[in-house]
Design a protein around this ligand. Structure first.
Ligand SMILES: Nc1ncnc2c1ncn2[C@@H]1O[C@H](COP(=O)(O)OP(=O)(O)O)[C@@H](O)[C@H]1O
Ligand SMILES: [Mg+2]
Length: 341
């Protein structure tokens, strides 16, 4: 039995103004994060990952228009009143960004940054707020919490500051963590430490996570399921343990092949031919068609819709057949499911 969905994004489309006109940049994002689970959202730079995550908190530019469904525990996020939205942002969902320094006031102390949300939005007495953040700082591996709280952001390394941002996110005791490339700016060792802390605190709190990264292997290592985004559309979603050999979408397979493996140091990166497109540039058919080795005529005429391919949901007219199809040995998935998706 699967846990009930905490975050459901269905057919999300985002239009942004470009050169004076509204243009579609996210065409179709479909994502589900079950209660307590971790879903990775993976894709090259410009594919629309951050816009999708920010839409969950309604942190898009004022001129942006969104379509489709965005549900948190069954409640429509776009329909929230300003008052409900404030409580939602202060308590239900917390976000950690790629560059902590861009999201923290350099002039104020770490302690003020950490407690202000609790004393302002949650109306906690100052002493209780200090006690709570001190405990959480220890939880994220910051032993000398009292000293750190008196310091300013520039006195902390990038790795320490990202731990502070995670502590700030956890302080609100959210049910969902949105982590947008939280370790991309860190060196590999620090990246591993920060990810271990995220995994521990998630397990201890039953916290669900949407983890954004461009690194497919990191995604598979820390998440239960993986969604792959290309040029403004989620093109495949599958269990993390099915990525190797089980991916149905040619783009997912190309992404996997393009990552140099650790024991393969020095080997040339097998880059995907052609350049990634942003959602603004996506053609009418499949956006990956020009870079795809399996392309057929239909791919350029008709944008593929999501359909079941083995354990995957893939938007592709010519998906790789699943090596362990179940329950049916030969799913004619793209035609069948596509017609009524
Ligand atoms: N505020 C904005 N105004 C106009 N275009 C934007 C804005 N934010 C992002 N974009 C564009 O939308 C596309 C997707 O951006 P983003 O979601 O940040 O991608 P990713 O996080 O996958 O790298 C990019 O082409 C980017 O340039
Ligand atoms: Mg981004």
């Amino acid at each position: 039995m699967s846990p009930r969905p905490l975050l459901e994004i269905r057919g999300l489309r985002i239009d942004l103004p470009l050169d004076g006109a509204l243009r579609t940049v996210v065409h179709r994002a479909d994502l589900t994060v079950p209660e307590g689970a971790a879903l990775a959202l993976v894709g090259e730079s410009g594919s629309g990952k951050s816009l999708t995550a920010r839409s969950v908190l309604r942190l898009l530019p004022a001129a942006a228009r969104i379509h489709g469904e965005l549900l948190f525990a069954g409640e429509s996020v776009p329909a929230m009143t300003p008052e409900r939205l404030r409580a939602f942002r202060a308590g239900d969902v917390a976000m950690v960004f790629q560059d902590p320094r861009a999201h923290i006031n350099p002039a104020r102390s770490i302690g003020d940054f950490l407690t202000e949300g609790l004393t302002a939005a949650r109306r906690l007495p100052a002493a209780d707020a200090v006690a709570r953040v001190t405990r959480i700082l220890r939880e994220v591996g910051i032993a000398d919490a009292e000293r750190r709280m008196r310091q300013r952001p520039h006195e902390l390394s990038g790795g320490l500051l990202q731990r502070v941002m995670i502590a700030a996110a956890l302080a609100a005791e959210p049910r969902l963590l949105l982590a947008d490339e939280p370790t991309t700016a860190l060196d590999v060792t620090t990246q591993e430490e920060v990810m271990a802390i995220v995994a521990e605190t998630r397990a201890a709190r039953g916290l669900a996570m949407l983890f954004i990264t461009h690194d497919l292997e990191l995604a598979a290592a820390v998440c239960d399921r993986v969604a792959v985004m290309y040029a403004g559309s989620t093109v495949e979603e599958l269990p993390a343990d099915r990525l190797r050999g089980g991916a149905a979408h040619p783009y997912t397979r190309a992404l996997l092949a393009s990552r140099p493996s650790v024991d393969d140091a020095g080997a040339a990166l097998r880059a995907i031919d052609g350049r990634p497109l942003s959602g603004f540039e996506a053609p009418d058919g499949c956006a990956f068609a020009d870079r795809c080795q399996r392309v057929v005529e239909r791919c350029r005429e008709e944008r593929p819709r999501p359909s079941a391919v083995g354990a995957s949901t893939a938007s592709c007219h010519v998906p790789h057949p699943h090596p362990h199809p179940h329950p049916h040995p030969h799913p004619h998935s793209s035609e069948e499911a596509g017609s009524h998706a």
